[in-house]
Design a protein around this ligand. Sequence first.
Ligand code: ARG
Length: 405
Amino acid sequence: MTERVVLAYSGGLDTSVGIGWLKDATGKDVVAMAIDVGQDGEDMEVVRQRALDCGAVESVVIDAKDEFANDYLVPAIKANAMYQKRYPLVSALSRPLIAKYLARTAQEHGADSVAHGCTGKGNDQVRFEAAVAAIAPDLISLAPVRDFALTRDKAIVYAAEHNLPIEQSKKSPYSIDQNVWGRAVETGFLEDPWNAPIEDLYTYSQDPSVPREATEVTITFDQGVPVAIDGTSVTPLQAVEILNRSAGAHGIGRLDMVEDRLVGIKSREVYESPAGTTLIEAHEHLEDLTIEREVARYKRRVEAEWSELVYDGLWFSGLKRALDAFIDDTQRYVSGDVRLNLHAGKATVTGRRSEQSLYDFDLATYDTGDTFDQSLAKGFIELHSLPSKISAQRDLAAQQNGSVK
Ligand code: ARG
């Protein structure tokens, strides 16, 4: 029997041409696999058929939207995941899920290899291959665009020569990746980091500078998981879809940054993640109310570490699993409501409440009836500043007797 390779298929130019390229270069039959992670573009049945028309021996579409939300986005919310403090890991979160299905589909279809359409310059090749290696160490990873030097120009010629049905995909001057958590746009005129983004780049969010009435929204969390919006129960996926619409309508979640890729390149990226930005903002504010100080401070370091690990493609790793255990433990009391005002490109928290709140009115108030014993503060400050005081005295003495310059 001819050997088989499972290709992560998007329906775009590179992976469509990749089917023929893989077959020509390896002799293997290509099984195309498209994953629905809420990319909200073409009909997935059209995508499935296109793979067959491009020469795939089999073509499967897998709806993984709920799994993506439950098992990938929820942990990201709990971790307040932002790479370089800004990027909500849009592409980085989908890759391990796609890799998981690559491995599973390879097993189901008796394939010895998997393939993806990434170039050799980005993070996504690392994420796919590192995840595949961690799940199914025996599978071979192939990357036609990278390994067989398939440039965009060559792909366009190949598609024309072979009459491949991929019209509009060659028109976009940008490289775009999108899923229900957001969109990533790069290349084209954006490669000059001084060039300002144009309105055309965005599809999940409206122009935030257009005047419109603010929208108020209340998000309910249960142990860090969004469970209701404005009092109506939702699944994590529904929460993301609803907030993409309401926050997107106010231009919330746009981001323009220069980012440090794992392969050492700095790249200019434009993102939009209306729901991601809003959910993490709300979740952070609920944590401020419900998590004790030392845990909260420590968690910020764990969050940065978690985000870097996920960015770097180490989703399926021992450290990531251990950090998840820590983060899950911190979410025990992160339950309650957060009210936000959505307006002019910003989601602003205007209220928070929780049955597990650590906020104590009687301790915080400046009015009469406060239970905080201010006389204790004096002694506390003396001990708290004692090390600074002692070393300052030493510094002064050393300066005066000239023992240290
Ligand atoms: N730079 C981002 C990341 O590494 C986005 C990559 C998106 N891919 C793309 N083909 N535009 O997560």
